[in-house]
Design a protein around this ligand. Sequence first.
Ligand code: FES
Length: 143
Amino acid sequence: MLYSEKVMDHFQNPRNVGKMEDASGVGEVGNAVCGDIMRMYIKVEDNIITDVKFITFGCGSAIATSSIATEMIKGHTVDEALTLSNKAVVEALDGLPAHKIHCSVLAEEAVKAAVKDYYDRNGIEYDPELFKDCDNCDHCPKG
Ligand code: FES
């Protein structure tokens, strides 16, 4: 079986799909090679991510990784969300085929971009190093 049950579940029943009108931060990332686009919305209250939504125009793995990423950051602090790695996302899904690892990179980047937007909107200072991968990102497959 190419895809784990978890991947199939999150692809077929994605959690937290949709738009968020009153988001505290929105991150949109894309991959120029496959053309997939992921948009992540976070609602932040007292430094806690109280709600997350996503819209992904992309492959099944991109949908599954964004879905599980929303579950992994919801209820956590903004700082914790920043530590979410694409590796953790892949592990939480019980693995992805090698040529689909880049989809999980997109999920990590979307979360980071949403947090960065939240920081920027609120004038919260941060270490630019935290987002240096995003700034240098040409949205090409890394995995
Ligand atoms: Fe590009 Fe999945 S094929 S994100």
